[in-house]
Design a protein around this ligand. Structure first.
Ligand SMILES: *[C@@H]1O[C@H](CO)[C@@H](O)[C@H](O)[C@H]1NC(C)=O
Ligand SMILES: [Cu+2]
Length: 307
């Protein structure tokens, strides 16, 4: 009796160690301080790929305080931490062995404040999985104070969207039902843009418990990892193609995640990337100059940040 009461109290406090939630959103380097996140009920993971909670987490049907305005083609930064409101950079964003991919989706909705994630139509705008040997997207989060930059496709239609950021922790994913899904939905209003309407999937629906990226032995021998869900929508990689009169088709620009630009040289020119923000690395297509007082510093081939 005592033990079960204590256990319930611990769960109620939502403070299970090493677990985490996406809590904050930055828009083009401006901190929106969690105003547009639908805060999950706790930092515990969702473990079923068929529950409606897979869309926006337990508690993720309750509206956020507000909806953030985001220009199409802009960069948002999703930010994860272990404990609610604790944005300290000295604590890992998601605890030690919770290795896995970071995946970001969007869904066009009529009203971001009232939209139900499990009924929405989702397209993937970014994903990072196994970056290099034993170095996962979650390690990138941990190296960047929980932050990861994501480019909003430039060509999507303006209006309200849900933006869903997700970590899939794989430390016990070697048996069915072991993978841990940590996601939050943010309410955004996209301005500008074009008329693109990317193909979509349902969540739940897009994942199976036996997908190779969900039923996965983290402690086995592997050199690659297959991120679950649909391919990344490629249209956002650059400005919408313009067609000259008489031209027929224009090739789509390459997706953000497969470009292989070299990391930029260290720069001292004042720019737009704020402290701890990403400013370079293989595949990086965003801004490369740090705000005054910070220097773009290479951490590894895949990550340079302003410190
Ligand atoms: C979204 O932005 C457009 C353009 O600024 C504005 O007209 C509209 O009212 C905004 N909608 C919401 C829900 O914020
Ligand atoms: Cu866990």
């Amino acid at each position: 009796m005592f033990l079960s009461t204590l256990f319930a109290a611990v769960l109620g406090a939502a403070s299970v160690s090493a677990h985490a939630t996406f809590q904050d959103l930055w828009v083009n380097g401006v901190d929106e301080v969690g105003t547009c996140v639908r805060t999950p009920a706790s930092n515990s993971p969702v473990t079923s790929v068929t529950t409606p909670d897979l869309a926006c987490n337990v508690g993720g049907t309750t509206a956020a305080a507000s909806t953030c305005t985001v220009p199409a083609g802009g960069t948002v930064t999703v930010e994860m931490h272990q404990q609610p409101g604790d944005r300290s950079c000295s604590t890992e964003a998601i605890g030690g062995n919770h290795d896995g991919p970071v995946i970001v989706y969007m869904a066009k909705v009529d009203n971001a404040a009232t939209a139900v994630g499990s009924s929405a139509n989702w397209f993937k705008i970014a994903q990072t999985g196994l970056v290099s040997t034993d170095y996962w997207a979650t390690d990138v989060l941990n190296a960047n104070c929980g932050k990861m930059d994501v480019k909003i496709p430039a060509d999507i239609a303006p209006g309200n969207y849900l933006l869903r950021a997700e970590v899939i922790a794989l430390h016990v994913a070697g048996s069915v039902g072991g993978a841990q899904f940590y996601m939050s939905c943010f309410q955004i209003n996209v301005t500008g843009g074009g008329s693109a309407s990317p193909p979509t999937v349902k969540l739940p629906g897009a994942y199976s418990a036996t997908d190779p990226g969900i039923l996965f032995n983290l402690y086995g021998s592997y050199t690659s990892y297959t991120i679950p869900g649909p391919p990344v929508y490629a249209g956002g990689a650059g400005p919408a193609p313009t067609s000259a009169p008489g031209s027929t088709t224009t090739a789509a620009p390459p997706p953000v995640t497969t470009t292989t630009a070299a990391p930029p040289a260290t720069s001292t020119v004042a720019g737009t990337v704020t402290q701890y923000g990403q400013c370079g690395g293989i595949g990086w297509t965003g801004a490369t100059a740090c705000v005054s007082g910070f220097t773009c510093t290479k951490l590894n081939d895949y990550y340079s940040q302003c410190i």
